[in-house]
Ligand binder design. Structure first.
Ligand code: GLA
Length: 539
């Protein structure tokens, strides 16, 4: 063997050892999503966020020809490289390998799994209506039928709100898991009968149900599903249920184990559903963000996960009782974990409750004011709809849409005849805002901390700038005034929004429905207290 061949061989062996080592190293150098989803042939984006001091050097796309690595976000904003392009046309499981140099300039190789499927649980965030924050335990077939009629007559079904979800207390109260079944007093036609009734009102309506990964549900009312996942799911399937919200009270095992068990059961069910040409069953994970579900919940089999405690009808709130701003604060630095079919869930929106709801109104001022709170102002409601949409959160309503609301979960409160105002409806059915939530790129807006002055969580001061990448090379930018004082207009350099400062763009303000041409900067209108303005910027 010549010296040259020897050198070549030893280099090869050294390289091989390095790669082998890199492959076995922990994946924590890349704190962002590593399990990704796409519909076949859809626009695709994956932001490769690495720890401080690490850098992405390359991506090996293997047999994926239509994706590329981009570096143009390295000098401004949140500073990361990203993968963008068109996902493969063929269904299947793909991988690409992200090459990283860590703080000590050691190479790391991190494998990303990309599942391309026509049968994703949630290609876009689910839009639903949940029983909990209005009715609490007081639910029934008759009430759900009235709610469905309300969803239809208000135009909310047309706007996309199509899954009615029975939260806690739909079953016969017991703690015997094997006995789980619906309460015949509340649902005399059964859950299948309810699904039929809903579909007679509008064939686009779907039905969700609730269970818990423990001994009993959060109300200690009905049995949970831990160790009974397959049986309970088969029951829901036999009732033609489309979705499960799966809670974590009275748990009996770790969150990862508990949710993986249910996730595996859902995967098996979905294989059968796909083979039979049926829509996928959707799993929403609800452990309130306590054990960082953005790190494991997609792998466990869910397509969205609650990332906050229960949302309250309040402006700020705190970590345990988050209001509109508090909820956003909890998830605003988690944007790199979101993508198609994997969403942080900010919980039900409180729009339309007007301080008269049930559990969502149990906030500090509720007890201090003898049960009376003011509810969200129209500006606060607009901010909730804007941020939930910018964040690609599932959009869930819980307000009473019946023609004569009764306030069951807040006994004694006088109900206005029409609880849902014109302002509520115009906010909830703003097609352009909904399109931001439903954008097929599936991105959660980035918190643009360098452009914001409101970076202290739960503070009523300052303003926040968010940027959401959209399909067709558009971006959405939102600016939220956290404070109760008006703000003069704010000017943001286009370069700081990842745009070319020398090019002209169109800028459309989605709440005022005005479009202008901009160059160099984006300038907002003056902001009222608690107002959010949302712009789409496109060429
Ligand atoms: C938990 C959940 C709520 C609701 C209740 C029902 O608190 O976070 O959204 O489902 O349980 O008991």
């Amino acid at each position: 063997m010549t010296l040259k061949t020897n050198l070549f061989l030893s280099t090869l062996i050294a390289l091989f050892a390095l790669c082998a080592k890199a492959d076995t190293l922990p994946t924590d150098s890349m704190p962002c999503a590593t399990l990704m989803y796409s519909l076949p042939g859809a626009e695709y984006m994956h932001k490769l966020v690495v720890r401080n001091g690490c850098q992405v050097t390359d991506v090996d796309f293997s047999n994926i020809k239509s994706l590329r690595l981009y570096s143009d976000r390295q000098s401004v904003g949140n500073r990361y490289k990203y993968v963008r392009g068109i996902a493969p046309q063929e269904e299947g499981e793909y991988t690409y390998t992200v090459k990283i140099l860590n703080e000590n300039l050691q190479p790391r190789a991190i494998e990303v799994k990309l599942i391309v499927s026509n049968h994703l649980q949630s290609p876009t965030p689910m839009m639903s209506w949940l029983t909990w924050n209005w009715f609490a335990r007081e639910i029934s077939h008759a009430k759900m039928v009235e709610i469905a009629k309300g969803l239809k007559s208000t135009g909310l079904i047309d706007a996309g709100f199509r899954t009615i979800v029975l939260d806690d207390a739909w079953a016969v109260p017991t703690d015997v898991k094997a006995d789980l079944t619906y309460d015949p007093q509340k649902f005399p036609e059964g859950i299948l009968g309810l699904k039929h009734a809903l579909q007679q009102i509008d064939s686009r309506l779907l039905l969700g149900i609730y269970s818990d990964a423990g001994t009993q549900t959060c109300e200690n009312y009905q049995p949970g599903s831990y160790l009974y996942e397959t049986q309970h799911l088969a029951l829901f399937d036999s009732w033609d249920v489309d979705m499960l919200k799966y809670d974590f009270c009275n748990s009996e095992a770790s969150s990862v184990e508990s949710y993986t068990r249910m996730g595996d059961a859902v995967k098996a069910l979905n294989q059968m559903r796909q083979a039979n040409g049926l829509r996928p069953f959707v799993l929403n994970i609800c452990e309130w963000g306590k054990t960082d579900p953005w790190l494991w919940a997609a792998k466990a089999g869910g397509s969205s996960w609650r990332s906050t405690s229960d949302a309250r009808e309040d402006w700020i709130g705190d970590e345990s009782l988050p209001g509109v701003i508090g909820g956003a604060d909890v998830v605003r630095r988690l944007w790199m974990y979101t993508g198609v079919n994997r969403y942080n869930d900010l919980d039900m929106m409180c729009i339309g409750l007007h301080g008269l709801g049930g559990p969502s109104n149990y906030i500090v001022s509720h007890t201090q004011n003898g049960g009376t709170i003011t509810g969200l102002t129209p500006m606060q409601a607009r901010t909730q709809m804007s941020l939930w949409s910018m964040f690609a959160s599932p959009l869930a309503l819980t307000c009473d849409l019946r023609s004569t609301p009764q306030g069951e979960a807040n006994a004694g409160a006088q109900m206005p005849d029409t609880l849902i105002t014109f302002s509520d409806l115009s906010i909830l059915t703003n097609r352009e805002i909904i399109a931001i939530n439903q954008d097929a790129l599936g991105q959660q807006a980035e918190y643009m901390e360098q452009l914001s002055t409101g970076s202290t969580n739960f503070s009523p001061l300052g303003y926040d700038v968010y940027l959401k990448d959209l399909t067709h090379n558009r971006i959405a930018v939102s600016i939220t005034n956290r404070s109760s004082e008006p703000l003069p207009s704010i000017t943001l350099p286009l370069a700081s929004l990842y745009l070319n400062p020398h090019k002209k763009y169109h800028s459309r303000n989605l709440w005022s429905a005005q479009t202008t041409t901009i160059k160099t900067t984006l300038t907002t209108a003056p902001l009222a207290p608690h107002e959010t303005q949302v712009f789409i910027i496109y060429k």
